[in-house]
Design a protein around this ligand. Sequence first.
Ligand code: ADP
Ligand code: MG
Length: 717
Amino acid sequence: MLELTTPVQYVKGIGPRLAEILATKGIATVGDLLNYLPFRYEDRLNPRGIAELRVGEMATVIGEVRNSGLFRTRRMPIFQLTVGQGRSRLKCLWFNATYLQDKFKPGQLIALYGKVEQDKSGELQIIQPQFEMLGEASADGADDKAAASLEVGRIVPIYESAGQGRVTARWFRRVIRTALDDLTPELAETIPAAVRERLALVSPREALWKVHWPEAGESFEDLQSSRTPAHIRLIFEELFFLELGLELKRRQQKAQTGMAFRLDDRVRQAIKKILPFHPTAAQKRVLKEIAGDMQKPYPMRRLLQGDVGSGKTIVSFQAAIIAIENGYQVALMAPTEILAQQHYFSARRILENAGYRIVLLTGSLEADRKREIRRHIAQGNAQLVIGTHALLEEKVEFAKPGLVIVDEQHRFGVLQRLKLMKKSGEGSDQQNPAEPDVLVMTATPIPRTLALTLYGDLEISVLDELPPGRTPIVTRRITDDRSAEVWDFVRKQVAKGHQVYVVYPVIAESEETELKAAIKMYRELSGKIFSDLKVGLLHGRLDADLKDQVMRMFQKGELQVLVATTVIEVGVDVPNATVMVIEHAERFGLAQLHQLRGRIGRGAAKSYCILMTGGKVTEEGERRLDAMVRTNDGFQIAELDLELRGPGEFFGTRQAGMPNFRVANLIRDRQLLELAKREAAAVMAGPNSEVTQVEISRALVALRTCWQRTYGLVEVG
Ligand code: ADP
Ligand code: MG
């Protein structure tokens, strides 16, 4: 009998070699295999008769191979197969498919799936259908008959093949069927009964069987959209355990020792003193939330979301003062040197007058200088330490770490976040094992579904108000054959004393050529079009000193036009810059466009974002550009971005800490996620009249044994 935890190689028909191939698909156990769900289903219950096919429909046809062969046209070889049912015939074509030669024998039974079309002479055909051999029509081998019965006369699950030799959709069908047949009848129920009843969840065994082998009466639409009771059970289960893990983690955090900072009148005065302007209502509210956490005796874990320009920096400085005035050190980490430096300059401007000691520690410093700064930090002289990842990587020890602020969090990912907390924790002295508070900030508005998972262990604050005196940014699209008009407009804005960004895409695969484009355009703009203006160039390949110098010149207004790649994307703050021209805007992701646009509209003057497109724009590109023109609201943009790109891509990389879901899909299953969160919280709040202690323990054991691996980041103590 197989258990869900049995290694997959013990399933009949899977040896060590196939197990290795499956491992590349993340399938290690029987449970993983059974959660490898069909991505669609085919209705071979009533395969269509060839005679009744209609042009334009997607259809499954089961027929007998009549003949096949390769013929060559001037342009390419074409493989043709004719399938028959009695007198009816259907033609199938594959282009450039010499490998299909000799694959089909007359008399073989074959299942085809594809779009029915008509050729010039009115004959029905399917071009490049998906197909599966069902064995020979007249075969008397028992094995083939059994196999054929999995393939025809029912709703058939279609799996993504592993892309390697034998591991085809058909192979999955057989192996998963075998695993189901041999699966232990006593599959433990791990979800508490009250939850199951409330949501009418079917048993795990029933769910696993029916999701692979639906009954004849099952709604085909529900199957294709993963909304059958079987699907819902499996998806809910996965999300429930994710949320249970996160809830557990939240509870563990609250049980940890942290620092209970004092917030007395003296500290309040200190905070007020540094403010260069009146805080917005949102800033006040958020500071209150942060200060509330900081006063509690357990460590703060808070995410501050605020659209670009909403004024997160000053709020983080205020939080820093609370820690510093309590005698602790603060680390502020930014994703790039430019940003770290910018924070350093603002910190000096705003905090140094008040007597706070601030240091900057970045990778590009000389070794001696770094050592000296590290000593300052270790001795507790430095009160606010600003840096890049260097703060993570170097041997930085804090004498008394109290607060860690991580800016533009989406660039870091959850794992690094944890690493940073540990590092500062280790730096603390033995008598004081307390964990520092952590505040992470992001300008990428995160759709609620993602926030619930990716940052599910964090409390969330939102800065949903821009500082006063901003006029909304006007966004326009224009094709680049009208660039002369754009440059005209730029010139007018510069004449009014404003500054302008001109951004070019750098795309990883063709970085060289794209970089050349930026450099070439820089030459063109600085040498010809704006030869009378001061034009600067900024890109990732410049060395740090030069980058700095350019950025500082732009900040001081010594450059009027800055030609740049996306290095200026995050956080750069030059309120006098009012125009953002983005060339080849169709090539940028939505989040990136929004980030870039966030560089302008930071002062009182009206700002303009000009999206220039060159060449053909894809349909998805159209939707991105439309969204940009339509709205300035980061949350709306984030929702659309998530929809267009899918959660895996949303943050650019897998590294960003997205859990690797087996069956759930954050976009499709938003509602189930909300349900799962609510139910998980209720369960963890037990035992009570609904949930028994035994049920809670059982769920926690399941979390540890079955789910922890899936979510790496969920540490279960
Ligand atoms: P972000 O949230 O994108 O990091 P910043 O903290 O860089 O935004 O703030 C954007 C700009 O707004 C900065 O120039 C900052 O000085 C200014 N600012 C922030 N808060 C206020 C406020 N309450 N009133 C006026 N200006 C503000
Ligand atoms: Mg910022």
